[in-house]
Design a protein around this ligand. Structure first.
Ligand code: HEC
Length: 145
């Protein structure tokens, strides 16, 4: 217990000392890590859909991964996290309504992918393409190239 308290105090102190710059960096890095996880599942699915690997049983795992992660996009764009080492464009906060619509289309398509996983391959591929369209739909408008 004593050890845990000391470590806890150290973490708090470090956080306080580093506060202004690091809080923002942390938010940006967390957001990018979430998107990397989503991207990883997408890349894995591409390999399966193109039949480069025979792991069709894994489709559900990746579809669930994306569908579970998609709603995190609600809270990974806090105010102020558009400044720093990020590709997030100011339009995210300036055109918040349009951004929210893109985000909702993405969450919906991710749920569609989850629903199609384990079903006929043709339908799954359709849902996968729909989902891919929502990625680029947002990136084209709200992410730097
Ligand atoms: C609602 C908007 C939106 C949607 C939908 C979206 N993205 Fe992104 N994505 C972003 C933004 C903004 C960034 C830039 C984040 C940053 O640099 O802080 C990003 C960054 C990324 C990155 C780079 C992460 C890094 O290492 O910096 C990957 C990979 C990515 N997205 C994949 C995807 C995939 C795959 C999908 C769809 C399955 C998707 N995104 C859907 C907005 C979106």
């Amino acid at each position: 217990m004593k050890h845990a308290a000391v470590v806890g105090a150290m973490i708090l102190t470090m956080g306080t000392l580093a506060a202004p710059a690091q809080a923002n960096d942390g938010a940006i890095q967390y957001r990018q890590a979430v998107f990397q996880a989503i991207g990883g599942h997408m890349t894995a699915l591409v390999r399966i859909v193109r039949r480069e690997v025979a792991h069709t049983d894994d489709i559900t795992v990746h579809a669930n991964g994306i569908a579970d992660l998609a709603p995190l996009t609600v809270h990974i764009f806090p105010e102020g996290s558009g400044e720093g080492r990020t590709d997030a464009l100011p339009a995210i906060w300036r055109n918040a309504d349009d951004f929210a619509r893109r985000r909702e289309a993405f969450v919906e398509a991710a749920e569609g992918l989850r629903a199609a996983a384990g079903g006929p391959m043709g339908e799954f591929v359709g849902a996968f393409q729909t989902l891919g369209g929502t990625c680029s739909g947002c990136h084209d408008n709200f992410r730097a190239d």
